[in-house]
Design a protein around this ligand. Structure first.
Ligand code: ZN
Ligand code: ZN
Length: 289
């Protein structure tokens, strides 16, 4: 073989080897770099969050109002190839949070259902508990400081679960929970209002990267003193277009502005998706800018 041809063969060989090595290194990197994905699903006026953990566990927190579980949440999950939910959590028993979950329970396999411990006289409470029994879904009641074991990569902590039970204000019985993946965290507040926020102020684990604004951004929630403890980079408001409640409130919006949080809203942005690793938010995708 001529020297020139030998050199060419050697070159091609070396280039192929380096391509293979790069491919291998990239694959190992991608495999080791697992992501946490959190979607704030646009269900109009109501709450629904879908979470895919780094080890591919699927969590739903709330399911929107009547009709939204069937018409929005189920197709949304199926489009993502999701036909089984590992864990469903209902923050409280108002229609715009729990009705959709009741519908999802009829249409999608669910392994665990989490509800607040407190006594509840809502018919939706009985509806969900009975349905869980019939469908053989593992029903769990949680309390403040419980840890939900679902994926060893994340911490899923319950900060509040209606301990200051209020017969007159179901919003204040909402589960407040926090999911952390390394230094990145998401705080889910249901519909709690100012007096529960005040009771939470003494906690040392409020600081979070992303905050789901309590009670659809209403003025009666998101007091400045708790926002200054949470110090979120992002605030998400789950709210319906032109809703009759006037959510979100102008004063709340000003407070989010005051702490320099980037605000996304389901009425304006549609479904909002966060991709996070242990060091922070890698990407935010919205349906509409
Ligand atoms: Zn609500
Ligand atoms: Zn509510």
């Amino acid at each position: 073989m001529k020297k020139k041809t030998k050199n060419l063969v050697l070159h091609i060989f070396l280039i192929s080897i380096s391509f293979c090595l790069t491919y291998l290194v990239l694959n190992v990197y991608l495999l080791n770099n697992k992501y946490l994905e959190v979607y704030f699903v646009d269900v109009g006026q109501g709450d629904c969050e879908y979470i895919k953990t780094p080890d591919n566990k699927k969590i739903i927190i709330d399911g929107g109002d009547k009709g939204k579980g069937n018409k929005i949440v189920k197709p949304f999950l199926n489009d993502l190839g999701v036909f089984l939910i590992d864990l469903c959590m209902v923050t409280h028993f108002h229609d715009d949070h729990a009705n959709g979950i009741s519908e999802i329970m009829d249409n999608i396999d669910i392994n665990h259902l989490i509800i607040p411990t407190c006594k509840n006289e809502f018919s939706l409470h009985d509806n969900l508990v009975n349905k869980a029994k019939i469908k053989k879904i593992n029903l769990e009641y949680v309390s403040a400081n419980d840890k939900v074991a679902i994926d060893k990569n994340i911490d899923f902590n319950i900060l509040y679960a209606g301990e200051n039970y209020s017969k007159n204000n179901e919003n204040n019985n909402s589960i407040v929970s926090k999911i952390s993946y390394g230094n990145t965290s998401f705080l889910f507040t249901g519909d709690i209002e100012k007096n529960i926020e005040h009771a939470l102020l003494k906690r040392r684990d409020l600081m979070s990267t992303v905050l789901k604004a309590a009670h659809h951004g209403s003025n009666s929630s998101s007091a400045l003193e708790i926002l200054k403890k949470i110090m979120p980079e992002y605030v998400i408001i789950e709210v319906g277009q032109n809703n009759k409640y006037g959510h979100p409130g102008e004063k709340s919006l000003n407070r989010f502005n005051e702490i320099n949080a980037k605000v996304y809203r389901t009425d304006k942005n549609g479904t909002i998706k966060f991709i996070a690793d242990k060091n922070g938010i890698k990407k935010v995708n919205v349906l509409r800018e």
